[in-house]
Design a protein around this ligand. Sequence first.
Ligand code: NA7
Length: 534
Amino acid sequence: MPSNPSVDFDAIVIGAGFAGMAMVHRLNRDGFSVQGFETGADVGGTWYWNRYPGARCDVPSLQYSYQFSEELQQEWEWSEHYAPQPEILRYANHVAERFDLRRFFRFNTAVTLAEFDEANGHWKITAADGSVTRAHYLITAVGCLSAANTPDIPGLNTFAGQLVHTGHWPDEGVAMEGKRVGVIGTGSSAVQAIPIIAEEAEHLTVFQRTATYTVPAHNRPLAPEEAQEVKRDYKGFREFCSSKPGAYGMLPNMQSALEVSDAERQQIYEKAWQAGGIPFSGSFYDITYDLKANDTAQAFFHGKIREIVKNPETARKLLPKHRFGVKRLCVDTNYYETFNRANVALVDLTEEPIERITEAGIRTTAATYELDILVLATGFDALTGPLLRIDIRGAGGTRLRDVWAHGAETYLGVSVAGFPNMFILSGPGSPSVLTNMVVSIEQHVGWVADCLHYLRAQGLQRIEADAAAQQAWGEELVAMVAGSIIATGNSWYTGANIPGKPRRFMVHVDYPGYVKRCAEVAADGYRGFKLAGG
Ligand code: NA7
């Protein structure tokens, strides 16, 4: 039962991914009534939708899991160092069953409209089925990379073959055998899918607009002794990981790429390449800040690509031209090697742009490529997209779409001025995508739940970000990345991948500093928030 009889529930949670599941579990455990909504037919969020071949997490599986239950983390057994999508989805299902979480969600039910009812101080939620639900608090757990980006390429809807997006992969899979397949995009999703598709399809053509930086995963079965070692002191392991940048549990090399000899630098890069994965980014502390240091990383990749890819012309096309660190580093298994296969071709769209998609395939300025299947691995309207798909209206009917017309503004990435009693999990302005997401999600879930307890204990009815605190937070985010390469480039971090989207770097880059900051804000009576009612 909600504590206030004028609402149906204390809280509404939108999304049944890792954030939504943890949130409903925590609220229920703490005595708040909650109703969840989920567009998909079941739990899993990102791991429910992204079923494309090769989909896999780039955070080690022993770290990419919940820590709210010691029993859960002791009993679950991962089979690989980096878990594949089906296994992560099985884990999400296991969590849903173990903690009986499905009963809190209405599946196959997209929320279309969320309105703050000023007179009553609560949220009114309308779903696509026309149902209306009222709750005191609105908590969005809609994910950062869940609004798929389908580019506006002329003729796209005329394609007569099968058209699929990696972010909305059909449950039943896509039969590639004997088929001519085209993939548009070479980001993380494509880099994972391409080697597998190449093995299954008769022929694969990759349409590349931006050559990518990708490091080998060197994935392997997870040795039982390795898991046992972590499980002996999982808590200590979690604390160690959470104290490191992004909660990744990796220790960046604090040397400059410019202070070592050429031979030593090469050796350090080579060692990082052989170790594999995201930690490559920490080969030297300055490769994403100092342009000369950054040049050395690019040169290393160029050398690797030329070494791996046998056809010099294909190798040339695969050389990234943008700076290392501008876009998210991809992690692969046999990506560059795949271009040595006889059934794989690479089309460089900077040399021959797409003119249109036709019934038969793709026509570029230079040639026509006939296809049976076209895979769009074209990414997402990141961070803001999932929130703005919902028509969210705050105090006075103000639309979030209008408030964010020039870019997302939040306080702590959790709250927006003018949108009382609304909390965003992993929102723009929080560390989100630059962390191990499960860890930062649980931090947000805990912080929001503690906040609701505080409000209840103080007899307060309303909380929202103070506009001045929100502005200061935005300025702080900008200052934190001043001079860095990541904040300036064409990437989904800055919104540059979506035509017309305001350009703004939307991520807080200091995890664990962010955690400390959130704790201080709470300890200081929710400094920077306006609290009212009682
Ligand atoms: P990404 O990383 O945004 O990659 C999308 C790719 O699609 C990228 O190579 C884009 O090229 C390409 N793209 C997008 N639109 C077009 C058009 N119109 N024409 C040609 N090519 C296009 O998305 P992913 O799904 O791979 O990965 C997203 C995140 O999920 C990833 O970072 C992980 O955190 C998990 P561009 O670079 O824009 O030139």
